[in-house]
Design a protein around this ligand. Sequence first.
Ligand code: ADP
Ligand code: MG
Length: 271
Amino acid sequence: MPSRADTLTAAAVRLVGVSLTYRPRSRWSKAEPVEALRGIGADVGAGEFVTIVGPSGCGKSTLLRLVAGFAAPTSGTVTVGGEPVAGPGPDRGVVFQQPRLFPWLNVRRNVEFGLRMTGVPKRVRTARADELLTLVGLGQVAGRRPYELSGGMQQRAAIARALAPDPAILLMDEPFAALDALTRERLQEELRRLWQATGKTVLFVTHSVDEAVYLGTRLLVMSRGPGTIVLDQPSELPRAADPRTHPDFPSVRETVAAAVRRAASSDPEVS
Ligand code: ADP
Ligand code: MG
């Protein structure tokens, strides 16, 4: 098995001069084009946990959608594992703020869904789903429907579903934002452990500076729209123990918080 040091050398996600302007679909529309991203450049190594913070509307979701292959840039290039992104793929798992589970399928079938689509035999996919449900603490409720689960449990199921095809990259768009504080804290802790155990590359969008600094081995801050990257720095906080207990946690936190404050107050027309 390659060590973390080996896998870190490979570029998992690369964005070069990426800009995206949303244009109205119909030429009769009176909507103005929206410049969501401008000149984004970033190189994410395999195994990094990148957290992305920025004011609402700065293009965080758009950035993830580009890497997920749900959208294409207006200019610039997005590559995953050295290949240009041409659409969604099993190498990238996506978790949204809302779990978006299929209400008519039980939890196990939800987790299996992607595998069923790619023709994985039933016995294999059921075993895989059960293994993942155990990993996220849902082993006991595999047969239940989503509406029988709490919000935190549904989000765990959504994470298991994203992990099912064993993607190298996990794209998470404010996955814990809708949860209560206690559940959120527990899921943060679980995600940190899961990342450590699997060595996946994670791009994680959040509004919470604390969450970003707690989880991220690399911290990105974006400016108000059109989104640009205004801070991109590795976090030296050790990952073996809870980073929040480290003496440097407050200063790293303040660096990110200050960048977010600057980003939120800056006038995009002036900067
Ligand atoms: P964030 O996730 O940081 O809140 P988004 O990426 O969702 O920001 O949006 C960035 C900008 O693009 C916002 O101004 C938003 O209104 C606009 N936007 C997002 N999606 C679309 C769309 N499908 N069509 C037009 N404008 C959009
Ligand atoms: Mg968003």
